[in-house]
Design a protein around this ligand. Sequence first.
Ligand SMILES: Cc1cc2nc3c(=O)[nH]c(=O)nc-3n(C[C@H](O)[C@H](O)[C@H](O)COP(=O)(O)OP(=O)(O)OC[C@H]3O[C@@H](n4cnc5c(N)ncnc54)[C@H](O)[C@@H]3O)c2cc1C
Length: 478
Amino acid sequence: MQAVPSEFLTIDRKERANMPFRDLSLRAVEERICDFDDVVISFDEQRARVEASRCIHCPDPAPCMVACPTHNDIPSAMWLIEQGRYKDAAEIYHKTSSLPEICGRVCPHEQLCQGSCVLNKHHQPVLTGQLEVFALDWERTHQPYTVKQAAPSGKKVAVVGAGPAGLACAHIVLQRGHQVTVFDAKPAPGGLMVYGIPNFKLPKEDVFAKWSDLEAAGAKFVGNTYIGKDKTIDQLFAEGFEAIFVGVGTGIDAKMEVPGEDLPGVYEATDFLIRGNVEDQCLPADKKERPQLGKRVAVIGGGDTASDCLRTALRIGAEEVICLYRRTEKEMPGGKKDRQMAKDEGAQYRFLTQPVKFIAGPDGRLAAVECIEMKLGEPDAKGRRKPVPVEGSNFSIAIDTAIKALGYWPDPIISKTTPNLETHDWGLITLTDKKTGATSRPGVFAGGDGVTGPDLVVTAMVAGRKAGEAIDQYLRSR
Ligand SMILES: Cc1cc2nc3c(=O)[nH]c(=O)nc-3n(C[C@H](O)[C@H](O)[C@H](O)COP(=O)(O)OP(=O)(O)OC[C@H]3O[C@@H](n4cnc5c(N)ncnc54)[C@H](O)[C@@H]3O)c2cc1C
């Protein structure tokens, strides 16, 4: 429900709907490809208030609220920003979101809140994502947020995986008065928000600032701890944790299964992004060496990860960067906004192209990729037309680095080492109750990519919050 009901606002909707639109301001390409700093220029107060005043305040429930996976009360936040009540606007987001400053930056807004803005019919949508960032950044600088906590329950909860699902679950569990310890295989918290999404989309300081909010409320982080190997879920129960949330994502890069895949110069996307983007102090011990990038780089795949790899390669010195994708641009799963930025920054694209072999040069390193041309055939089960090889169309492209951005699989270690934890689809954790995140193992809850397969920060965060509430109920009913 909207906190600021639209029927009480005396506004001229027509006038608002015709206000001029000014798109996001981005740093100039030649400047931004020399560093990893945020590409988007933040709104100042005046710009934020003008943009927020373009909201025509649709009746409750507004389409933007419905489209937002966490149902942020966007119209009320827009009204409060317009009035200069930035702290109150930030509070609106905290009611429904555990990571508003992060979702404001990385959500595919054009498909969610902004995509459903009624202004799209004749004009341009309100830039709700950037306004969310504005309110939360203002709050952090002027009146920082603190996690409000219920009286201590004396109960301990373990969260396995410090990605958006795990951090959101920890946030709710802390609010309900329980103690939380977050375990992660990586040295620092954040999951893919730190060890995947590059700084130029999401500055890592935002993720660490979020963690420090949780830490100030008593959350403990235990890094470099691989659950299933260093200790098991059963051991966590034996240590006195009464409920466990598993938010381990899908950490295994998909393979291509083609000759030459293991040649020096061929990278998996996650490995490349971690080595290329993460600061030294947060790097896992086995990933300290920076990528050895050549001049000509090919990125294979069509999702957001591919866009991030293209843009990272351009920033660490590649001269020519090309994306090879087996379907056409229309079928690409990645967001248009990121792809356009990659194009603007100099990435080239070759569609209907499938690599079939990586070829070594005389020094044993990658020297070329052999590809075959594809054409689109019949639609598959999901309705996407299947790429079909064109016989005899093989050709080679000279490259010295290839990055495979083909998708992700779940790591089966937790399900293999946890009795009675059911899985499906090659290792994704099965929920016995989708509303609560309960699994087949009593006391174990799960959510995020490790349940759904690769998805979004916001959907993982929503799953973590739901499980956090369910864990609170579970602990209180014991
Ligand atoms: C390159 C890239 C770019 C992306 N860009 C966007 C974007 O722009 N917008 C967007 O919304 N989404 C984006 N995504 C998707 C988004 O990052 C994920 O959907 C989201 O992070 C999933 O959250 P999660 O908490 O389920 O898992 P993760 O973020 O993957 O976190 C899981 C955590 O669990 C830890 N872990 C795994 N196994 C164990 C274990 N056995 N023991 C202990 N710890 C373990 C991992 O180390 C990791 O820290 C991107 C993904 C990638 C790879």
